[in-house]
Design a protein around this ligand. Structure first.
Ligand SMILES: [Zn+2]
Length: 298
């Protein structure tokens, strides 16, 4: 059963503008209902309407100034690879993880990023060539696909965007990069206990580019249904805490940016210990802005 089948059943749990989110019992996770048109989704990414220059510039500066180093270190810690690992980053964006990876292991790895704008900026940032799609990468490797050397795959903040996350994840799982290979996945942790208990608008997180909405449980179930074994769960800063403290950023982008910087300062100060705290909160209370899973091929 795939999410693109026409049969979907379940209650509508969030609504914003003309978008509705259904907690679908057929798919096992919440998604937009009706599902968006495949053509429209294709245009958004392939024709580069998703990222704008200001967004990418801000992120590039943050990465260059080292604000994301704690997060990168934490991801390397989660993947725990003591050899000379190669990374395939699917949805690489500006290639920040690949760059950090190269600094740590001396290996470039490979990245896949459909946005031309992001690929160009990554190249200017010294990341090297990113491929436009998994298909393009497969063509590049030819008979050497899947490459023997790659034993770590990252797929960060991507599965919420695709029309059929199960099929997408099965494609990645089918790479079969060996028993020791690990895959690092993340998606937003929507409808988590902190988010559910805020007063006022509870649907602010709904946005057209996000087709799918996962909880801690539904994300783990999705990963396991694709033949992968979960070996680690983690999360990021529980941003909704600010709303509970009266710092309501929901319709206030300026405040949202300030709080984002606060979070980055906190992480720079504490290093990966900040992420140990997030992991503890996530394991115990299911809160944190993202669901992060490290899985292994069975
Ligand atoms: Zn469904």
């Amino acid at each position: 059963m795939t999410s693109t089948n026409s049969v979907h059943e379940g209650p509508i749990i969030a609504q914003k503008d003309n978008l509705q989110v259904m907690d679908c019992s057929i798919c096992g996770y919440a998604h937009l209902y009706p599902l968006p048109d495949e053509e429209a989704l294709f245009r958004l990414y392939e024709q580069d309407e998703f990222y704008n220059d200001a967004f990418l510039q801000t992120h590039l500066q943050e990465h260059q100034q080292g604000w994301w180093n704690s997060k990168a270190r934490w991801y390397l810690h989660l993947l725990r690879n003591d050899g000379m690992p190669h990374l395939l980053d699917i949805g690489a964006g500006l290639g920040w993880l690949l760059k950090y990876w190269r600094q740590r292991y001396g290996q470039t790895g490979h990245g896949i990023e459909p946005s031309l704008r992001a690929r160009n900026m990554a190249k200017g940032n010294g990341v090297g060539d990113l491929f436009i799609s998994l298909h393009g990468y497969r063509q590049y490797c030819g008979e050497y696909f899947p490459p023997m050397g790659i034993d770590s795959v990252a797929c960060l903040l991507l599965l919420e965007h695709v029309l059929d996350p199960k099929q997408f994840l099965r494609e990645i799982a089918a790479l079969g990069l060996g028993n020791e290979g690990k895959i690092l996945l993340s998606v937003p942790n929507d409808i988590n206990p902190l988010q559910a208990s805020v007063k006022g608008d509870k649907s602010w997180f709904v946005q057209a580019p996000h087709v799918n909405y996962f909880t801690k449980q539904s994300f783990r179930a999705l990963v396991e249904s694709c033949g992968l074994e979960v070996v680690e769960e983690a999360s990021t800063f529980p941003m909704e805490v600010f709303i509970h403290l009266g710092l309501d950023y929901r319709n206030n982008p300026q405040l949202g940016h300030k709080l984002h910087r606060f979070r980055l300062h906190f992480e720079k100060l504490l290093g990966i210990n900040a992420y140990r705290i997030y992991q503890w909160l996530y394991r115990r209370y299911g809160i944190g802005r993202e669901n992060i899973i490290v899985a292994q091929w069975r």
